[in-house]
Structure formats: C-alpha cells, structure tokens
Write a protein that binds this ligand. Structure first.
Ligand code: FES
Length: 103
C-alpha cells in the first residue's frame, strides 16, 4: 500500500536543483529536472551523505561528502565510491504541490 504524501511546493525546488525534504520520518532528496520531479532516499549509499544537498548537473547528482555520482532518474550509481543504487520514490505534481509515493 502506497500513500501520496505532500513533501514540498513546486516553487520550493527550482528546475535544475535539489532539496532535502521530510515526509514523516522519511528524509528524501527531491529534485526538479526541467519541471519533472524525482524523489530519492536522501542518504547516499556510501556512508549516508545528504544527496539533496548535492550538486545537480543534467540528470545526475554528486554527493557532497565524497563525490559519488548518482543518476537521479533511476538511482543508479554513475561514479563510486558508492556501489549500491539509492532508493527512488515516484513523485508527482498536483497543483502547487509535489507529492511522493511512500511505502
Ligand atoms: S557519503 Fe556520499 S560519497 Fe561518501
């Protein structure tokens, strides 16, 4: 059972950027790529760096701690030291709100 949870307003995350957002006890990295939103687990799979504070380039984010690069649209690792993909959650826009499907 998934539940749609509001995590941000559209204007909170300008295109080409990311932000750390909270939904209950879950901390997510929310990204806006050209108006399409993507939600990832905020914890880098290396040792937990905050991906929502990482640098966004194209569709990739660089972890601010040790430079692992992840593909935002899939969660896959592009560059180590991280080796495991990061979890992704479906994000949708409804009016001014960004909603995420959380387990
Ligand atoms: S915690 Fe992200 S690269 Fe180390």
């Amino acid at each position: 059972m998934m539940a749609m949870t509001k995590v941000a307003r559209v204007t909170d995350v300008p295109p080409g950027t990311g932000k750390v957002v909270r939904a209950g006890n879950t901390v997510l990295a929310l990204f806006n790529l050209g108006g399409t939103f993507y939600a990832l687990d905020n914890r880098c799979t290396h040792v937990g760096g905050p991906l929502g504070e990482g640098t966004v380039e194209g569709t990739q984010v660089t972890c601010p701690w040790h430079g692992s690069i992840f593909e935002i649209t899939t969660g896959e690792v592009v560059e180590p030291p991280a080796r495991r993909p990061v979890a992704t959650f479906r994000a949708t826009v409804e009016g001014d709100d960004v909603l995420v499907d959380l387990p």
